[in-house]
Write a protein that binds this ligand. Structure first.
Ligand code: BG6
Length: 516
């Protein structure tokens, strides 16, 4: 494929001031856990550095008794080893640590919540706000118990102040458990107090899907079954299961990635324009997409899905173990590390257009991308043989890494003959804007502290997601597990899934947004 790179003009713009968070105390359950150390603390520290958290305090709750100094030591170490924090100087640390508090307590003991309440009173006397943001960064098995205790202790109540709760994924493990968890939460909190997080929605490039689709008259009119042949959504990771086998053995790729992140990308790619960019309007349209997707019947699951596990292989020249040899994985494990599904959205806009999604660990490279394949024009003018046909146009929205957009199109090769080639136009986020995007957790944490729920999942949305995933999980209990070598593009079965419709996945090694 020839490459004609059309540079997007660097966009010159004034970065608008970031609106500050509303005054509050962020109460983190699971304060010394992995999520808090890797994501929440760096995000909060960076927000503070940008002047958004002037009236915010942080109260960590953990099981291990330790002094506030010891807790601050753990947080400092986490910040220093975070790639998101380039340099933590003493002044910055002093400012951050000055608002970091800690309390030990067993989460299943009602007394702990009385003590949290008393600690919040003390902080209020020192000038902290009474608004409370409860962040559940604990294993999911503790979610309902913490919610119940927050209810019984009165901490969920709102009078002169607000009380909000953030729930991490996974939200349930099937439709029944998600419904039960929703019911438990909604007995204690109102829906408007609940923020179910899917960190993909905090990614700048994910939000850009809506601007790209609805803000551009060259793309908006073609975004439908008349022009689109099929849509391919990939979330490939080169990393393996790492140290998370305990969690992953229970989840698998379908629950871990498809049930949330990938279905969210499907909804944003397929939704109708909302009447406004507010929480209710956007989420309403997203739920409509999920409701329009046909649930797979057991006999369709074998035909329209692939589940596979990585075997030994090589990534970037290094030999890697197969999944079954990873630490913490059960002998003979049948957990899938790769999932591919063909979804059909049976609504007016998308009838007949397959949306293929695939995700996997230890694939050849990291890539998250939405590729919209347009239908071919009649080729009579150019092609005497299939080899001479112009490739169909593809609009590839690269979400990570090297965020950007690439549009492929056909052009005449220079010369006396009528010969054609595929060329492309690229837009790269980094060079286009010249500024770094905020991390997803920064974006989402600030949104919760501002009471902005657009980028969070509503109760009906999470149930609609599970309504599609649960029948697949059920049928998979008796479906063969394919394998793929680590470092490859996935199992051959996934190629066959598309080939039966005359389609094919983009090769991971060949995809590019031209931003490398
Ligand atoms: C998490 C999954 O939700 O998303 C992980 O549990 C996965 O297994 C991660 O690695 C991918 O997120 P990102 O932002 O790195 O694409």
């Amino acid at each position: 494929m020839s490459a004609v790179v059309v540079e997007a003009n660097p966009v010159k713009f004034e970065q608008p001031a970031i609106p500050p968070a509303e005054p509050c105390v962020v109460v983190i359950f699971g304060a010394t856990g992995d999520l808090t150390k890797r994501k929440l603390m760096p995000a909060l520290c960076r927000l503070l550095g940008q002047g958004c958290l002037e009236s915010v305090r942080i109260l960590g709750i953990g099981r291990n008794p330790m002094s506030e100094d010891e807790f601050q030591g753990i947080v400092r170490e986490a910040l220093e080893s975070s790639k998101k924090i380039e340099h933590l100087d003493d002044e910055q640390w002093k400012k951050y640590s000055g608002r970091l508090h800690y309390m030990a307590g067993e989460l299943d003991n009602g007394n702990t919540y009385g003590q949290i309440s008393a600690r919040l009173e003390e902080l209020a006397k020192e000038g902290a706000s009474k608004n409370c943001l409860f962040y559940l960064a604990t294993p999911p098995s503790l979610f309902s118990m913490i919610v119940k205790q927050l209810g019984e202790s009165g901490l969920a109540n709102e009078d002169e102040h607000w009380s909000r709760i953030v729930i991490e994924k996974p939200f349930g493990r099937d439709l029944e458990s998600a419904k039960a968890l929703n019911a438990e939460i909604l007995q204690v909190f109102k829906e408007s107090q609940v923020y179910r997080i899917d960190h993909y929605l905090g990614k700048e490039t994910v939000q850009n899907i809506l601007v790209f689709r609805f803000g551009n008259s060259m793309f908006e009119p073609i975004w439908n079954r008349n022009y689109v042949d099929y849509v391919e959504i990939t979330a490939a990771e080169s990393v393996g299961v790492g140290s998370r086998a305990g969690y992953y053995e229970e989840a698998g790729a379908l629950r871990d990635m498809v049930a949330n992140h990938l279905l969210q990308l499907v909804t944003l790619t397929a939704m109708e324009p909302p009447v406004a960019f507010d929480a209710d309007s956007v989420r309403e349209e997203k739920v409509q997409v999920l409701r329009s997707i046909r649930r797979l019947k057991p006999e369709q699951v074998a035909e329209r899905t692939v589940r596979a596990q990585y075997g030994p292989g090589e990534i970037d020249g290094e030999k890697v173990k197969g999944y079954k040899e990873e630490e913490g994985v059960k002998a003979g494990s049948q957990t899938e590390t790769y999932a591919a599904v063909e979804f059909q959205i049976s609504n007016w806009r998308w009838s007949g257009v397959p949306f293929y999604v695939r995700t996997g660990k230890h694939l050849g490279r990291q890539l998250t991308e939405i590729a919209v394949h347009l239908k071919r024009t009649p080729q009579a003018l150019f092609a005497r043989t299939p080899d001479e046909e112009i490739d169909p146009n593809v609009i590839a929205i690269r979400l990570q890494p090297n965020e950007g957009i690439r549009v492929n199109f056909g052009a005449k090769r220079p010369g006396f003959e009528m010969q054609t080639a595929t060329v492309h136009m690229d837009f790269c986020y980094a060079s286009g804007f010249g500024v770094e995007s905020p991390d997803a957790y920064e974006m989402l944490l600030l949104d919760v502290m501002q009471g902005e729920a657009t980028l969070f999942i509503r109760s009906d949305e999470v149930e609609a997601q599970w309504r599609l995933i649960t029948p697949i999980e059920e049928a998979w209990s008796s479906q063969k597990l394919a394998t793929y070598p680590a470092g490859s593009d996935g199992p051959t079965e996934a190629d066959e899934l598309l080939a039966r419709n005359g389609h094919s996945w983009r090769k991971l090694a060949e995809t590019s947004a031209g931003c490398e």
